[in-house]
Design a protein around this ligand. Structure first.
Ligand SMILES: Nc1nc2c(ncn2[C@@H]2O[C@H](COP(=O)(O)OP(=O)(O)OP(=O)(O)O)[C@@H](O)[C@H]2O)c(=O)[nH]1
Length: 99
């Protein structure tokens, strides 16, 4: 039983946003992930070259996701900033489902 999905994106790698968008669209089609809340970590925010989380959300067309709860969280795995906030959102939005 899957209760949450977490996706980590390198916010400094703009050229991969399109590829990432396609990957994400495929993931959202997965039957076993239907309705499962989605957290997207916009990682590497410590880098000057990182796109802000809002820009990333726009590039990935996240506003089109209407069949589940989702959230973009800016973070840095290097400094740990934002990681706790993202995990707090995950814990708040876990939905236990019967098989
Ligand atoms: N500055 C910075 N570097 C990071 C951060 N997170 C990961 N890295 C670095 O990015 C590199 C790739 O990290 P990996 O954990 O191998 O990520 P990956 O998803 O396997 O990498 P790719 O698929 O090749 O993009 C490593 O050198 C990490 O140290 C971050 O938040 N900030």
């Amino acid at each position: 039983m899957l209760i949450h999905s977490i996706y980590v994106i390198d916010s400094s790698d703009r050229k991969r946003f399109e590829e990432t968008s396609l990957e994400l669209a495929e993931l959202l089609e997965e039957e076993k992930l239907a309705g499962v809340p989605l957290l997207i970590f916009a990682n590497k925010q410590d880098l000057m070259t990182a796109s802000p989380a809002s820009e990333l959300a726009e590039s990935l067309n996240l506003h089109t996701i209407r069949d589940r709860m989702w959230q973009v969280q800016a973070c840095s795995a290097l400094t740990a900033e934002g990681v706790q906030d993202g995990m707090t959102w995950v814990c708040r939005n876990i939905k236990f489902r019967k098989k």
